[in-house]
Design a protein around this ligand. Structure first.
Ligand SMILES: [Zn+2]
Length: 285
């Protein structure tokens, strides 16, 4: 199915994001005007929930930090991809229209980098949790597919996937075999006029996928426990989910080795990498 309902622009660090639909507008929350609970140093200590299986719904909200532990290069920050490449040349619709080969080459390189990485103990732990409890739902901002490779059922990919392409006529198609794309032009369109296939990723300046965001928002609203894992809360509107869950009364726990701008939205914080933090928080036996 070709998704057309794209209504909100991806942004980094912007407190306000243009929305055209009221439901999604609630995701765009101002960080400056919105008071949050102060971090409680006492809550920095290790947290464990031995009876987590008693909770009806648990949302795990994952970001780049989860993949960084597998060696996937991050996009932002020191050493991030956007220090080396200008997104204007490689990761926006304008760049794709200007030079699709260059943009597809770049994404094939990204796929090669991801294929050189393996899921880690944190990914495996999520799979093990889901095997024990169907109420464990994963909402991810990651496009690398590592969760899926670990056997995790992902409920929402907020920013798309490196492993899908889309044709303006035929919509989304999986392309997962190797670093290089199976097809760069749509094989279902007439060869003479077949368009370039565009990575099914939310690029800079793109609108986010409204259907995916609404689905994720429903899950967030239903969560008794919301766990932010390796996410800095810098990319909007996805970053609004933590605030949304907090306001809905979910217990809020962050797993992240470092403090960041989203940390104050959580009640408890595990300053640990996901590979250690997840087994600590959710013991299996
Ligand atoms: Zn096509």
């Amino acid at each position: 199915m070709f998704r057309t309902a794209r209504v909100s622009r991806l942004s980094t660090g912007a407190a306000t994001v243009p929305f055209t639909r009221r439901r999604l507008a609630r995701l765009a929350l101002s960080r400056r005007s919105d008071p949050v609970r102060s971090p409680n140093p006492a809550a920095e200590s290790r947290v464990s929930i031995p009876d987590w299986r008693q909770l009806r719904r648990i949302v795990l909200f994952t970001g780049a930090g989860l993949s960084a532990e597998s060696g996937v290069p991050t996009y932002r920050g020191a050493g991030g991809i956007w220090c080396e490449y200008r997104y204007e040349d490689y990761a926006c619709q304008r760049a794709f229209e200007r030079d699709p080969v260059k943009v597809l080459d770049f994404h094939a390189l990204r796929r090669a980098a991801v294929l050189g990485c393996a899921p880690h103990a944190g990914h495996d732990h999520i799979r093990a949790m889901q095997a024990r409890h169907p109420g464990v739902q994963v909402i991810t901002q990651n496009i690398d597919g590592l969760l899926q490779r670990a056997g995790v059922a992902v409920d929402a990919e907020l920013h798309g996937s490196l492993w899908r392409l889309r044709c303006p006529v035929h919509g989304v198609r999986a392309d997962q075999a190797a670093a290089e794309f199976v097809a760069r032009r749509c094989p279902d369109c007439p060869p003479a006029t077949a368009p370039w296939l565009r990575p099914d990723i939310t690029w800079f300046e793109d609108a986010v996928d409204a259907e995916v965001f609404e689905h994720a928002a429903m899950r967030v609203d239903d969560a008794e426990l919301f766990v932010g894992i390796g996410t800095s809360g810098a990319v909007w509107p996805a970053a609004g989910f933590a605030e949304r869950a907090r306001r809905r009364g979910a217990r809020m726990i962050e797993i992240n080795p470092e403090d960041n701008e989203a940390s104050a939205r959580y009640d408890e914080r595990l300053r640990l990498p996901a590979s250690i933090g997840l087994p600590t928080l959710f013991p299996l036996d």
